[in-house]
Design a protein around this ligand. Structure first.
Ligand code: SF4
Length: 697
């Protein structure tokens, strides 16, 4: 049986077989993402299914209910709240763990039939800045490249991405390409000397938050040195004059940029020369770029450099946003973000009218809903009275997590669908609904290179666990929308989603998988991985977008964006009382809030406790030995962690992994310390910078 890994945005294919009564899992050699390779997390997927407290039956405040009883009660409570306070008083919070089919039904129900725009997803936390940057530059949320481009490039730039740990199989592909072609260069831009940075030909440990300066400085250098593609820009790119005028300012001169980034001028110019000299350049960016108050601008400046040089839509040349989760991209396709409608449509009148007619939707929403951080603030204020959380753990994963927890505890009706009752969010729920886990349900997911893959069930769901799309469908029927929710199998949902992508789409929207709209059940079951678009022009999928220089804007030209220096410092600056700058991020062997990995023994081996990494001088100043218990304080809150020495950190900076919570170590959790600061355009939280004080406990 072929399926897909449940963990990261690489989207590796797996093969699952039974041998002597035991399930065995291996990488799928036929899958284009991984060609048979798996990392330690992927290879431990079967072990992860032994959840310590599997949720087997619906429960209302601890009491077991039948599904009938639970859904009747949920429908009744929602109808009452909507009747009293209107549809905007109810919300959904979704997850990149859901299948595209789950996501599709959730969005259709809320945005088309209940009439609430407040549907957001934990994907807001990982790549929503890249989404907005794509929309600004390309006219639509489109990832131009495929993984093969990383192997074809002569220069790969990894920025804000510890790929060796967070997307290990993709990094292994890159390493193998470098072994085959030793002339290929790797530049890593990251404040920390990570495992990834240690493999680079050049590491730029820039000052956190100085990415706009670095990339604007590069664009100025390319213009000054005549290293840009004038013909490409003239034909395919707009807004050049505005960018050129901005880049004329002295603050983007190399000396000024080197000072702003706290980098040696020779290293900065070394990077600029490498970029200028290599037409086959891929710049891969991830959370270090996106999770910032300037995430959209930072991603936009990277895209600018590629547009100026025409390095997009060609083999081995592209800006490339990696997603964190297995189906962050699928969620984007169906409107999982509060700021989009399904099939990459926006809230303009024409799109709304088209979608309302396609769905037969009586209450299509008129505009965007709350983005994640704002959604939980609305919950705290009581403006949202009912929330259904599916497949995620916001009590831990959002910034200012203690306030989020408070908001969840205050909620009049909190429904949680999950595979386990043992999460910080599930413990606060009024109604717990048992979800089918990975391996127990079918559907599709889309990885970072636009490849749609089938996730397949090889186990029966235990107890009364059911797929999320099924629970959402049953609720829709109880709310009076049976005709529009006839689904008995995920294939029907997928085909409707595919048909919508091609509905009245004359090519204006490049997300188009209409060639898959008429798959039979057998064809759906046998579906092999395909990179979208999959339509009449690309019946077998498409490796690269924009190969013809046409973008998804009204005039077909991409847009350069102007990112000026901020009028006031946006990033948190360490100061008196809070002298250290704290960074947060992922470990190689853990996943999200550990709900899937925390009980897998071999994933616990490398780092069993939350550990604050500090430079030697910071440790010395504290008088702390590695392993000492530390107390961290920020303006927002407090947390505990063990001390560790890390010589790859800039002095005055510290790093704390994002995974731990109360459930795994008392008083731990980086999000207790982080203020809910967000990018104003994307709403993505700035998880990467917080001023803290550390003391011995
Ligand atoms: Fe799974 Fe990502 Fe590892 Fe691939 S790289 S096996 S998708 S966790």
């Amino acid at each position: 049986m072929r399926s897909v890994c449940a963990y990261c945005g690489v989207g590796c294919g797996v093969r699952v077989e039974q041998e002597a009564g035991q399930w065995r899992l291996a990488g799928d050699e036929a899958h284009p993402a991984n060609r048979g390779a798996l990392c330690i997390k992927g290879s431990s997927l079967i072990e992860s299914l032994a959840f310590p407290e599997r949720l087997l039956y619906p429960r209302w405040q601890g009491e077991r209910l039948t599904w009938e009883g639970a859904l009747d009660r949920l429908a009744g409570e929602l109808a009452r709240i909507i009747g009293e306070s209107g549809p905007q008083s109810v919300a959904l919070y979704l997850s990149g763990q859901l299948t595209t089919e789950d996501y599709y039904v959730a969005n259709k129900l809320m945005k088309g039939f209940i009439g609430s725009p407040h549907v957001d997803t934990n994907s807001r936390l990982c790549m929503s800045s890249a989404v907005v940057a794509h929309q600004r530059a390309f006219g639509e949320d489109l990832v131009p490249a495929c993984y093969e481009d990383l192997e074809l490039a002569d220069l790969v730039v990894l920025t804000g991405a510890n790929t060796a740990w967070t997307h290990p199989v993709l990094f292994r592909r890159l390493q193998q390409a470098r072994e085959r072609r030793p002339g290929m260069k790797l530049v890593v831009i990251d404040p920390r000397q990570t495992m990834t940075a240690s493999q680079g030909d050049l590491h730029l440990p820039l000052r956190p938050g100085s990415d706009v300066a670095l990339w604007n400085g590069l664009c100025r250098y390319l213009l000054e040195q005549g290293l840009w593609d004038k013909a490409y820009v003239a034909r395919h790119v707009a807004e050049f004059d505005g960018l050129a005028a901005e880049l004329d300012r002295p603050c983007w001169h190399p000396e000024a940029v080197a000072a702003a980034c706290d980098l040696p001028l020779c290293d900065l110019l070394g990077f600029y020369r490498l970029f200028g000299a290599n037409p086959r350049t891929v710049t891969l960016f991830c959370q270090g770029i996106n999770q910032s108050e300037r995430g959209v601008d930072q991603a936009g400046c990277i895209i600018n450099a590629h547009l100026l040089t025409g390095r997009i839509g060609k083999p081995g040349a592209a800006p490339f946003s990696m997603t964190g989760q297995p189906n962050a991209m699928g969620g984007r396709e169906v409107g999982g973000l509060a700021t989009q409608l399904a099939a990459h449509m926006g809230f303009d009148e024409e799109s709304r009218d088209r979608l309302a007619r396609f769905w037969g939707a009586p209450r299509l929403v008129s505009g965007p809903g709350h983005k994640a951080v704002a959604l939980f603030e609305a919950l705290h204020k009581g403006e949202i009275r009912a929330l259904w959380v599916l497949g995620t753990n916001p009590a831990v994963s959002l910034p200012d997590s203690l306030r989020v927890r408070e908001a969840l505890a205050r909620c009049e009706l909190l429904v949680v669908s999950d595979v386990t009752a043992d999460t910080d969010t599930a413990r606060l729920a009024h109604l717990l609904l048992p979800a089918a886990a990975w391996g127990e349900k079918g559907g599709t997911v889309t990885n970072s290179e636009r490849t749609i893959s089938r996730q397949r069930a090889f186990l029966p769901p235990p107890g009364e666990a059911r797929p999320d799309w099924w629970a959402l469908t049953q609720l829709a029927r109880r709310l009076g929308f049976a005709e529009a929710f006839p689904y008995e199998h995920e294939q029907q949902i997928f085909c409707e989603h595919a048909a919508l992508s091609g509905f009245e789409n004359d090519g204006a929207r490049q997300f188009d998988i209409s060639a898959l709209a008429h798959l039979s059940r057998e064809q759906y079951e046998a579906l092999t991985p395909l990179r979208w678009p999959v339509n009449a022009a690309h019946p077998d999928g498409c490796d690269r977008l924009f190969a013809d220089g046409r973008f998804a804007t009204a005039d077909g030209r991409a847009r350069l964006v102007v990112a000026a220096p901020p009028a006031a410092p946006l990033q948190v600056a360490p100061g008196e009382g809070l002298p250290l700058l704290l960074n947060s991020g992922r470990l190689r062997d853990q996943w999200h809030t550990m709900t899937r990995t925390g009980h897998v023994a071999r994933l616990q081996e490398s780092e069993p406790w939350p550990t604050l990494r500090l430079g030697p001088a910071s440790l010395l100043a504290l008088g702390a030995e590695p392993g000492a218990l530390l107390h961290l304080r920020s303006a927002q809150g407090e947390a505990h962690a063990l001390a560790a020495r890390d010589e790859g950190l800039r002095e005055g900076e510290a790093f704390l992994p994002m995974h731990w919570s109360e459930s795994y170590a008392a008083g731990s959790g980086v999000n207790r310390l982080l203020a809910p600061r967000v990018d104003p355009l994307s709403g993505q939280p700035a998880f990467k910078q917080e001023a803290v004080r550390v003391s011995l406990r």
